[in-house]
Design a protein around this ligand. Structure first.
Ligand SMILES: NC(=O)c1ccc[n+]([C@@H]2O[C@H](COP(=O)([O-])OP(=O)(O)OC[C@H]3O[C@@H](n4cnc5c(N)ncnc54)[C@H](O)[C@@H]3O)[C@@H](O)[C@H]2O)c1
Ligand SMILES: O=C[C@H](O)CS(=O)(=O)O
Length: 471
């Protein structure tokens, strides 16, 4: 199975793809017009009718082969992820394993789309429910996890009995095309799962929202685009899953294990150079441990190795593009102008155009833009607080509600803070919460619906109430 970039690309393709570390073009991808995709959706819908008639066990057997092939081709997939997203190879290998875990998980979950029988309300009648595939799905995915954000949607869709057409991010089409190739090799019918790169995401997004055969849209990306799609899906009342932006608080209380909190902050903040939706976006530290925590964090941050993702040993890669880097620089400069202090970093890097040094700022206040905007970069803004109630108030003072983290050892505090934080996902004494077995998703303007876990399958199923009378 050839998954080399050249075999996935098209020298005449309209979509140019670039290496974030150097800015150089690494390949070109074939793109699909609105008419092309409309026809692809119609073919997918027909393939979906047949796929839905197969047993969950038959679908599971094919998904299991896709899982095995994805694991077998980890190195090639990781090279593609690093080439087009820039993340360090070690993280890319981890992403492939994480992405594959959704295929493995939903191969099994698809067999558990259980209905129910309900004690009847009247003689001669029987009440039951069944779960059926929602129909043909569309998905739109971001660049920061070009493997995992695809499988986190495609695996449950296929397991539930649905066809799915995916538009990957313009920056990262090759990882998606490789996954498509592996799925077809595993036995997923060619028309059932298609990846359709484009240079006009808005045009394809509108088609996905308005095509008569599309019954469901699953979107992962920014809150701004999510709101656009929410409006566009209203005419056809599509089923909608939205995995949007975040502004994660990372709270360190006086009773925290400081060394554990530093490790958790490193894992949460600097993974993928801070370009994940669940990265710590604000670090709140209680007065009693503020200086000790900052000093310990500084030591670990300054040990990060900045460089191209393809260089073994790199632990901090480039940002996705110059716009991403400029946004980070703008937020840091604004914070410094407003009184924040640089502990380390706070500058672009001589490692190359797309790089920004790992940064810690202290003296940050909630009114600064860096505390309310999603940074999407390797910058830790530290906000000092005095009381537990103040920490929860600051943490909740955002339109976002995706992930939140805190470190404390008092059991009463753990329960009070866990219950008081207004987020879809809360981790106590850990900096990484993402796993296929748990429901991933946000509240407020971080989205709706859940991915992974047993809940993730329901996003691609309809619950039907069946009444049988005349008994
Ligand atoms: N909640 C999650 O699970 C999750 C996961 C990853 C990324 N994100 C969020 O995604 C953002 C970063 O990713 P990004 O820069 O790719 O986001 P983005 O919203 O700019 O793009 C996401 C996808 O939407 C497409 N798109 C852009 N404009 C569109 C339009 N008008 N209509 C239809 N599609 C359109 C893009 O081509 C891309 O495929 C961050 O906000 C991050 O928090 C969230
Ligand atoms: O960026 C968003 C991803 O969902 C992050 S994670 O890999 O799922 O934690």
């Amino acid at each position: 199975m050839n998954l080399e970039l050249e075999s996935l690309g098209d020298a005449e393709g309209a979509l140019a793809v670039f290496d974030p570390a150097t800015g150089s073009e690494i390949g070109r991808a074939t793109t699909y017009s609105e008419d092309d995709v409309s026809s692809i959706i119609t073919l997918a819908d027909a393939a979906g009718q047949e796929w839905a008639q197969r047993t969950a066990k038959d679908r599971a057997a094919i998904l299991s082969k896709w899982f095995a092939l994805t694991k077998q081709h980890t190195e090639e997939l990781a090279r593609l992820v690093t080439a087009e997203s820039g993340k360090p190879m070690a993280e890319s290998r981890g992403e492939v394993a994480y992405g594959a875990s959704f295929i493995e998980w939903f191969a099994e979950e698809g067999k558990r789309a259980y209905g129910e029988t309900v004690p009847t309300f009247a003689a001669g009648k029987r009440v039951m429910t069944i779960k059926q595939p929602v129909g043909t799905c569309a998905a739109i995915t971001p660049w920061n996890f070009p493997v995992a954000m695809i499988t986190r949607k495609v695996a449950p869709a296929l397991a539930a009995g649905c066809a799915i057409v995916v538009k990957p991010a313009e920056a990262t089409p090759f990882s998606a095309l490789a996954l498509e190739r592996l799925a077809h090799e595993a036995g997923v019918p060619r028309e059932l799962f298609r990846v359709v790169p484009t240079t006009d995401p808005a045009e394809l997004g509108t088609l996905f929202c308005t095509h008569p055969r599309i019954r469901k849209l699953s979107f992962t990306g920014s809150t701004a685009v999510g709101k656009t799609l929410m409006r566009q899906t209203s005419d056809n009342v599509l089923r909608l899953s939205l995995e949007l932006g975040g502004n994660a608080p990372f709270i360190v209380f006086d009773d925290a294990d400081l060394d554990a909190a530093v490790e958790g902050a490193m894992a949460s903040k600097y993974r993928n150079a801070g370009q994940t939706c669940v990265c710590a976006n604000r670090i709140l530290v209680q007065d009693g441990v503020h200086d000790a925590f900052v000093e310990k964090l500084k030591t670990r941050v300054e040990a990060l190795k900045i460089g191209a993702g393809c260089e073994e040993g790199t632990t901090l890669g480039p940002l996705i593009n110059s716009a991403g880097r400029d946004k980070v620089a703008r937020l840091v400069d604004q914070a410094l102008s407003a009184g924040a202090k640089p502990v380390t970093g706070a500058t672009t890097s001589d490692a190359g155009e797309g790089f920004y040094e790992a940064t810690i700022l202290t003296g940050v206040t909630s009114d600064m833009a860096i505390a309310s905007e999603e940074i999407f970069g390797p910058v830790a803004p530290v906000i000092r607080f005095s009381t537990e109630d103040e920490a929860i108030r600051i943490a909740n003072d955002t339109p976002y509600g995706l992930a939140a983290y805190f470190y404390a050892r008092d059991v009463g505090r753990v329960f009070r803070v866990m219950e008081g934080l207004e987020y879809g996902m809360v981790a106590a004494n850990d900096g990484i919460l993402s796993t296929e077995v748990a429901p991933f998703g946000g509240i407020k303007q971080s989205g709706m619906g859940r991915e992974g876990s047993s809940h993730g399958l329901d996003e691609y199923l309809e619950l039907k109430y069946c009444l049988v009378g005349g008994i």
